[in-house]
Structures are given as C-alpha cells and as structure tokens.
Design a protein around this ligand. Structure first.
Ligand code: WTA
Length: 657
C-alpha cells in the first residue's frame, strides 16, 4: 500500500524550531508508561473534585474504569470555577453568526447561563441519567446546554445538524431520549436550514420524545405542536439562577456520541465524566500549549467528537477564549475564515485537511487581503494531511512561523492520542506525520497476527493499554463493543487504521483499514450508505466504495444494479442521490453512481468491494481468482470509463451540509 505520507518521510524543521534531544517529552512519556496510575492521578489533580477517587484504574478487559469512587462535575470545571476568579470577565466564547450577527460570552455569563439552562432542564423533569438530544446549529446555546446537562447528571447526545429525520430518529430511539432541543432554523451559505421542520419529521418516529425545546435563531414561522413544543425564552423567564451541581461519579456517562462503524447501524459511543475530562483537559494543554491570552478556534461542528473535546470540554475546562462560527467557510466569500481570524485575533487554528485543500484551490490572493499575524499554532484533524497540504498550511497560513500539530484520534478515544505536543516540548515536525504518541498512550503498529512490526512497515494501529478518555462501551451493545475493538487482536484496542512507524518512531497514519470512509473528514460506513441506497424502490443491489478526491480526501461512489422494471437514467441517478440525502443527510452525497448488470462477488456471494474500489480509482484490480463472475468487472470498468468521459461528477459539493 502506498500513500503520500510514505513517500515523504524526510525530516522537515520549520525555521523557528530546532532539533532538541526531546529530553522533556521522552522523560514524561517513559514515566507515563512506567507508572501510569501515578502519572494520570497527577493529571487528574489539576481538576476540582468533590471527592478524590479510591482507585485510579480498574481494568477488566475490555472495560476500563478510571478514577473509581471519585466525584466531580463538568459544569463547575468548565464554567463556575473560572467565574469565581479574575476570569469572570474573560471571554469564554466569541460567537460569529453566518449572517454577521455576533455575541460575546464572558465566563460569568457562561456560568450564569449554564445554571439557568440546568434549571430549565430540571423543571421539565430531566434528572441524573436521563438522555437529552440536541439538534442545533453552531450557536452558543449548544455548549451551554451540554454543560447544563452535565450539571444535573443528564447524558447528552449531540446530533449533527446536517443529519436527516431518519438519522435523528435512529439515534434518539436508541437512547430513548425524552427531550430534544432544537432551533427554528440555522443559517448555511445564506439559506435557512429548517431544523424545526426536520425535527418534527424525526419526532413522528420517536414515541419516547415528550418535549421539544425550541431556540429562536432565524425568527421564521415554524410548524408548532402545542403541549409538546416550548420556546426556550419562555422557559428561561422563570429559571433559577443557581442549581446545585450534582456530584457525579467519575465513571458515570457524560455523553453518548454516534459514529459510523462497519455495520449499517451507527454506534453510540459512551464517554465517562472523570476519565474523559482528565484526558481532554490534559491533552488540550499538551497539544495546544494554551495560554491565558490564547484565542482558540476549532472549526469543527460540535456534532462531531472534535467539537465535544476541542470546542467544549478541553478549552472551557482551561478557561480559554474560543471562537465559534456558525456557517459555511466560503460565505459570503471564500475568505470568511481569514476575516474571522483577523477580527478576533485567533492565535490557534484547528481545522481539517479538507478545508485546507479547498482554500488551496481558491488561491492565495484571498489570504493576502487579511492580516493573519495573530496566528501562533496550527492544527489538523480528522483525516491524513498530505505533505503538500501541510506545506501549504505552513507557508501560507502560518507564514512559516507556526508549528503544525497533526492530531490523530477518534470518537472512541475521546481525546487526542498521537500528536506533536508543543505544550510539553516542541518536537521536530515532518509534514504528514502525527509524530509521537502523547504521554500515557501506548500505541503500536502490528501485522495481521498482532505482532509488532519493525520500522517502516505498514500495518494496523493498536493501543496496547487503556487511557482515561477511552470509551466506556457502545450503548446497548456490549457484543459490538467487544467485536469492533477487542477481538481482532485480543487484549489490545484495534483502531481500524493503517499506520507505519518510521526510523525515528514517528507515526504515519495511512487511512482506514476497514469499511469506514472518511469523506471530507466525516466518518461514514459503507454498510450504512448501502442500507440507505437499497431502500430506494428501484435498487436491487448496491456496493458502496470510495475514490480519491482532490479536496474531500475520499468521495463516495456507488455501483448499483436495478430491479427488473427499471433502467438507468440521469433522472434515476439524481433521485437516488436525493433519497440518500434524505435518508442519511447531505454528508452522504455520492460523487458518482455507476449502473451495472451485476456486482463482482466471491463464490460465497460476498461483494468484492476491494475490486470495485480499484475500478473506481482507475487502478489495477489485483488478484481476482476468488471471483465468481468475471464479466462484472469488465462491466464496472466500462461504466466507470463512460461516465468519466461524459460528465465530471454529480453532487460534487465540497461542503454539503
Ligand atoms: C481519521 C475524528 C490521519 C482516522 C477526531 C481515525 C486521522 C478517524 C487523523 C476517526 C489524523 C483522525 N491523521 N487520520 N491526524 N485524525 N483521523 O471518529 O482514520 O470522526 O480512525 O474522529 O479519522 O474519525 P472520528
């Protein structure tokens, strides 16, 4: 397997960084593995606890419990404790709406609002252990509500605002949420996304939902159901200004976040209160070297794990000032982000390679219009950053003065795992490598048999021991938890990623090794995509795979066979795309659909996706000796080539929310 990262593994030292012996990092890393419990206990002491833990770790594979017996509350960590110090007047959140509206929340306002929102939840009968779902745009009320849930011990699920009614209903029903919080709408590229209408459609499928809180964002007229729907503003009228924080067991779930895996159904990843917070708090400092005067902007949506740990829990637990932007990167013009960086004096920018590749394409003249000199540190997350994009980021956004932290982690890991850590020591960087594991993270690259590989060989990335941010499990599905992460290589956590370690021990993350796609940094399972396509009336069989995409990294392509009475047409192609957007959401828009008579299968009837992936990428199909129907490949190739000739692709929108 080849990858851009493998080609360029030469050491690259930005001019402001010179090689050091990495004394500090090496010492800290070694100690973290030699005395893991003492090490993590020291990190945990940086937080405020109602009660100190009895045991740092209870490890009964595959379940890890951290800080057992300890009690704490995330809302006091992230809001109250700052509001009691000089930080009360420090900015917690600079919010920029897409339509130009702005608001600024100080830590005292944040703390006050968290209390009031917690009071609202309590008055609606929500208490410890209850599940609350959020389907919201990127507005400050979202982090406030997340912390309000934590205050009373309710467990939140944030549902990305680009998801469809069916996707919302699947998640809400799985956790049996009693309450959904949504908004009348949100702004996306100048248009209004009708979130309340979508929520109404979803709630029709969710008998568990008793109440819907609605936040006014757009002021549009919206469909309303008396008795069920309530405006947040009316609830706040008689909210208490103080709610006693619930002393939460460290091992109690804080949130459940759904993510795609290798089966059709997204999995509800459960994160704990104590271990998760210790992990996100510690790694946030190590990786971003946060200082009081830092202005931190993570451009992810709160609906993904990056938003949870790098917009809400990591930064706010440190009392950092963050920027939240509601809308599209290219609205009204492609320099909107650079305008925001300049306006708020952003010092740390954390974003995705997909966004960077989009900016690369639009040219540097847009950057020249802005003063980006406030930037000190740049970050990348969600997908491999190819060396060319890394260099562009370094040169054009960082003016060759900002180190780049390429951070590898997953929804399941809760926090960053492999990354440069300028907060500990500035490592020499190599474009395209996430460098070394953070302290406490025992990462390795193994072969198919689980044997650790020598340097420069590609294998599977595993984590050999538990870490505090490790998921507690998959909601309602212990079997799937065991199978997805702990069965492939017994005793160690399987990440599902390919990786390679070079001679310096640096990790190169090479993409997914399983049936999970990363499209524009968003995680989607091929089984989930196929499930959506097959529910279209005209479709008999489908195989979903990916092809490389210059901007999105990977793009979805479908090979489809039709039921007898149907024949391929442009109209049908468009209708399948419409259907997928409706079933999963715009993130699932395929780049191409190839209509074929049959799909290549093994003699036992398994679709050979590997072969289709090669066809869709214009590569050699490799060994096909196990194939049952060879003509299907010739057909798939023909479909690929003719479509390539006639069109440049459907639904090729970069930002598809
Ligand atoms: C990929 C996102 C290369 C990887 C935080 C992982 C990366 C999946 C990187 C998790 C990186 C994330 N370099 N690949 N720096 N960061 N990935 O759950 O394939 O949305 O398994 O979490 O993203 O995606 P998830």
């Amino acid at each position: 397997m080849t990858n851009a990262k493998e080609k360029d593994s030469s050491s690259c030292l930005p001019p402001n960084i010179y090689l050091r012996s990495l004394k500090h990092y090496t010492k800290m890393y070694r100690r973290s593995l030699e005395e893991p419990e003492a090490f993590w206990a020291e990190q945990a002491q940086k937080l405020d606890w109602f009660k100190i833990w009895d045991r740092v770790l209870e490890w009964q594979p595959p379940y890890a419990k951290w800080f057992v017996g300890g009690k704490l509350n995330v809302s006091t960590q992230c809001a109250d404790r700052h509001a009691k110090t000089w930080r009360k007047s420090k900015v917690a959140i600079y919010w920029e709406g897409e339509n130009g509206e702005t608001s600024v929340l100080s830590y005292s306002t944040l703390s006050r609002d968290v209390n009031r929102f917690a009071s609202v939840l309590k008055k609606l009968g929500i208490g410890k252990g209850d599940k609350v779902a959020f389907y919201l745009p990127m507005i400050p009320e979202l982090p406030v509500f997340m912390l309000a849930c934590g205050r009373i011990g309710a467990v939140h699920t944030v549902i990305f605002s680009g998801f469809s009614p069916q996707a919302i209903a699947d998640r809400v029903n799985d956790i049996q949420a009693k309450l959904i919080v949504t908004a009348d709408g949100g702004y996306r590229r100048g248009k209004i996304v009708k979130l309340k209408e979508i929520t109404n459609e979803a709630v029709k499928l969710c008998p568990c939902v008793k109440k819907v809180i609605v936040i006014k964002r757009t002021g549009e007229v919206i469909p309303w159901i008396d008795g069920r729907d309530i405006w947040l503003s009316s609830l706040l009228d008689d909210a208490e200004s103080f709610v006693e924080p619930e002393p939460m067991e460290a091992t109690h779930p804080l949130y459940i976040l759904y993510t795609s895996g290798t089966t059709g159904k997204p999995k509800g990843v459960i994160h704990s209160t104590g271990g998760y917070l210790v992990h996100s708090h510690s790694t946030y400092q190590w990786v971003f070297n946060i200082r009081e005067e830092s202005v931190f902007w993570c451009t992810a949506d709160v609906g993904w794990v990056t938003g949870h740990s790098s917009i809400v829990y990591g930064p706010l637990s440190h009392g950092a000032s963050i920027v939240i932007y509601e809308g599209a990167a290219d609205y009204p013009t492609i320099d909107r982000w650079w305008d925001i960086v300049e306006k708020y004096g952003v010092t740390i920018l954390y974003t995705s390679p997909t966004a960077l590749r989009m900016f690369m394409r639009s040219g540097e003249e847009w950057l020249a219009k802005h003063n980006l000199s406030s930037l000190e540190l740049l970050g990348s997350v969600g997908e491999p950053i190819n060396p060319e994009t890394w260099q562009w980021y370094y040169k054009n956004i960082g003016r060759k003065m900002c180190p780049i932290v390429d951070t590898w982690w997953q929804t399941e890991t809760g926090g960053i795992m492999i990354s440069p850590a300028p907060g500990i020591e500035q490592l020499p960087l190599k474009p395209g490598s996430a460098t070394l594991p953070l302290p406490g993270i025992d990462a390795a690259v193994v072969d198919v048999n689980g044997k650790e590989l020598p340097p420069c060989q590609t294998g599977y990335l595993v984590i050999k021991r538990p870490w505090p941010g490790m998921l507690l499990g998959i909601y309602g599905n212990p079997k799937r938890y065991q199978e997805a992460y702990w069965s492939r290589f017994p005793g160690v956590y399987y990440t599902g990623d390919f990786a390679m370690r070079d001679n310096d021990g640096y990790f190169w993350l090479l993409g997914r090794a399983d049936e999970v796609l990363k499209v524009a940094g968003h995680r989607l399972g091929t089984a989930e995509i196929e499930g959506a396509v097959i529910s279209h009336d005209a479709v008999a069989e489908v195989a979903a795979t990916s092809q490389p995409d210059a901007i999105k990294g990977q793009a979805i392509v479908l090979f489809v066979t039709l039921k007898k009475e149907n024949s391929p047409s442009e109209a049908l192609r468009k209708d399948i795309i419409r259907h997928m957007r409706q079933t999963i959401g715009p993130v699932a828009t395929p780049n191409e659909i190839y209509f074929v008579q049959s799909l290549p299968k093994t003699r036992s009837g398994k679709i050979m996706r590997r072969v289709l992936k090669a066809v869709a990428s214009g590569q050699s199909t490799g060994d096909i000796t196990t194939l049952d129907n060879e003509t299907s490949i010739a057909e798939a190739k023909y479909a690929y080539q003719s479509l390539k000739k006639t069109k440049s692709g459907l639904g090729r929108e970069l930002d598809q929310h």
